[in-house]
Design a binder for this molecule. Structure first.
Ligand code: SF4
Length: 397
């Protein structure tokens, strides 16, 4: 491993000592310390980009940690603020995020009407541009603070997704980025009769195929398709439908481009990535519902390299594996131990590593990394535990 290999600092949820110094909170603090926020300048406006969740989706980054990170930023003399899309910001209080609890303002990422944006060129499969968040664009430094979970389009919801999808207006996010998977033709209208199109719709138990007879248009929802291939079986005689890995990869490629455009607006020394791999749910926080934790809690990862932190996160999830008993009955899992847990859930054509390959090609970072564990259980178990004290600061004994 060369000396240029980026370091990913890691703090496990597993602890080797009941002392406060060995707790998960202490590890989050330690990771932030190692990231060295001193490159943030006094009076810098520091965007802490989070997903604050929607509706009843409470499995986001706990405000407990947000407050600690905000305090660490304040110590540099800079001005931190938490930011996310206007809807999530508007009702963030329902999930415990307020200026008082976070310790800094919470600002809608593209203005109160989602219209404060800058045109960001992408030139990708006919898509010319995306509307980049004006607030992220204007900030001096970025802390990309992500809750790690699965994602039905790209396998992983982490640091790249947090800015690639969350750093753009709703129009760009939902219509342009989520709409890109159909940009490579996958259905031959001439070969398909209306009757056969209806058979294909019936073949998909997950309702991913829809058909409009009036206009003879068949649409596949790549986002929800987990590649069971039942539709391909139903299409064996006609062969009008093709499910190519390239279609599924488009989302991840565009995500890498979109994230890169955001990163380019920040000085390289002012970009920090923190992934909290706890409450790892199968779907993204955008769904706005509580979900089973599909992978055991892992811990916190931090790096100045976005590709390295995402790769390390995925590798640790692969090592941990799926908690079988938590798989919801509506998932038809690909039970292949050779697949990453998120591929087992969302399909083999949605490897979460695809975005990282593109991101590396764009020069965003390195898929090679050096994992440095902080306050490891093996180390802290050898330390003397403190005398157990309860109800301090203030005490009413
Ligand atoms: S592969 Fe399976 S989930 Fe995907 S569209 Fe076909 S039938 Fe539906």
């Amino acid at each position: 491993m060369s000396s240029d290999t980026p370091v990913v600092y890691f703090g496990s949820v597993k602890q080797g000592n009941m002392g406060k110094f060995a707790s998960f909170a202490a590890k989050v603090d330690e990771v932030v310390k190692k990231l060295d926020l001193s490159t943030i300048e006094k009076k810098d406006k520091v965007a802490i980009k989070m997903h604050l969740g929607y509706q009843d989706g409470y499995q986001t980054v706990p405000v407990f940690f947000v407050r600690r990170i905000v305090n660490a930023v304040k110590k540099t003399g800079a001005f931190p603020f938490v930011t996310d899309n206007p809807t999530s910001v508007y009702n963030a209080v329902n999930r415990g995020y307020t200026q008082e609890t976070c310790g800094c303002p919470i600002i809608p990422i593209a203005g109160v009407k989602d219209k404060y944006v800058y045109e960001s060129e992408v030139d990708f499969h006919g898509l010319k541009s995306l509307d980049m968040s004006g607030v992220l664009h204007d900030a001096d430094a970025l802390i990309d603070l992500s809750h790690v979970k699965g994602h039905n389009n790209c396998g992983l919801g982490g640091a790249i997704k947090n800015i690639a999808i969350g750093g753009y207006s709703a129009q760009s996010r939902w219509r342009k980025i989520h709409g890109i998977e159909g940009a490579i033709p996958y259905w031959d209208a001439k070969k398909c009769t209306p009757e056969h199109a209806k058979e294909l719709v019936e073949a998909c138990r997950d309702h991913c195929i829809s058909y409009k007879e009036e206009s003879h248009e068949l649409t596949l929802d790549f986002g929800m398709c987990h590649q069971c291939l039942d539709c391909i079986e139903a299409d064996r005689e006609v062969e009008c439908l093709t499910l190519r890995p390239e279609n599924y990869a488009l989302f991840q490629e565009l995500m890498a481009i979109a994230a890169n455009n955001i990163l380019k607006t920040f000085d390289e020394t002012k970009r920090f990535f923190i992934n909290l791999a706890i409450s790892i749910t199968p779907y993204c926080d955008c769904w706005g519902v509580g979900q089973p934790n599909i992978v055991n809690d892992i811990g916190v990862l931090g790096s100045r390299d976005i590709v390295a932190v995402e790769t390390a996160t995925l590798d640790l999830i692969a090592k941990e594996g799926i908690v079988e008993s938590m798989i919801p009955p509506y998932f038809r899992v690909h039970k292949d131990p050779g697949l990453h847990p998120f591929e087992q859930l969302h399909g083999p054509m949605k490897s979460p590593y695809i975005a990282l390959r593109y991101a590396e090609e764009l020069g965003m970072g390195s898929r090679k990394y050096k994992l440095v564990e902080l306050l490891s259980p093996a180390k802290t178990m050898k330390m003397k535990p403190p005398r157990h004290v309860v109800e301090t600061e203030p005490t009413f004994f």
